[in-house]
Ligand binder design. Sequence first.
Ligand SMILES: Cc1ncc(COP(=O)(O)O)c(C=O)c1O
Length: 321
Amino acid sequence: EAIAYKEKTWNKVDIDPKNILVTNGVSEGINTLYAALVNEGDEVLIPDPSYPLYINFADFYDARKVFYRTIEEEGWIPDIDDMRKKITEKTRFIVVNNPHNPTGAVYPKKVLQDILDLAAEYKLPVVSDEIYDAMVFNTEFHSVASLAKSDNLVIGMNGFSKTYLATGWRLGYIYLKGPEEEISNMRTAFLGFLMTRLSAVTPLQVAVARAVYKTGSHLKELVSKLDERRRYSAKRLREIPGFSLPVEPKGAFYVFPRVDLKMNDEEFARQLLLDEKVFVVYGSGFGPLGTNHVRLVFLPPVDVLEEAFTRIERFMRKISS
Ligand SMILES: Cc1ncc(COP(=O)(O)O)c(C=O)c1O
């Protein structure tokens, strides 16, 4: 009930509490999704680049991961034509992650509506991972479920790791919205997997349920601090020769610049860590379009970011000389 309250007040999504399944983090939610809906050889449509768990679980369950293109120059927005081309009889669902990890993209309403229309046309569920829902900067966030029509089936994924800065608590949830018959079949399939671990941790569920009713009092400060760190990071990246950032991130706490490299992105990240003790994640690990990019996290305070960028700048000078 607390989660239904949160979704209603934060995201304008009406969900019946019986259609909410509490998980040990969204990570377990993603595992549940694949365990319940995917058989060997099935296809899942995921963004390129993508949060890696959507890739890893496809591999684990012997599904075929099919990447749809997102367009860097437009702020890493999904290419709907490409998405359409990649749907086959074996497609089981379309994954949307908004705000997006690793790019920080926040999708406009029209793009989400187009995805929902496409999904309805092919009778496919839309999986919408909205774990960064309240972390948006000078832009509006739209939950996919809030835009869904009566013939859409939406599988929402969300949790408390990011907006409550409670990563270690391992609490997340899946919710289902759509035609009753399809929802109840899916709920049974999901519960078939979730019952094997009995429940998500009960004391934490009680604590989070209380926190949710004091809704969002911490968010304003959090978003304003992150916004300063986001703007600072984008500015520094644009000043350092070798990086390019066509569009600033609009959500989450990641920035995903292109790097003109003499070495591949994995080697770049490794060498930067060894030489300057600065950790970035190499882009090709997020999918083919992540190649020649790196993901930086702008959670630390500006003075820490300043030191990190100074070291990165020194490293870039060294490798380009
Ligand atoms: C898009 C996305 N989904 C899910 C997760 C995992 O979240 P949780 O801590 O709830 O398992 C992350 C964590 O980085 C993420 O970025």
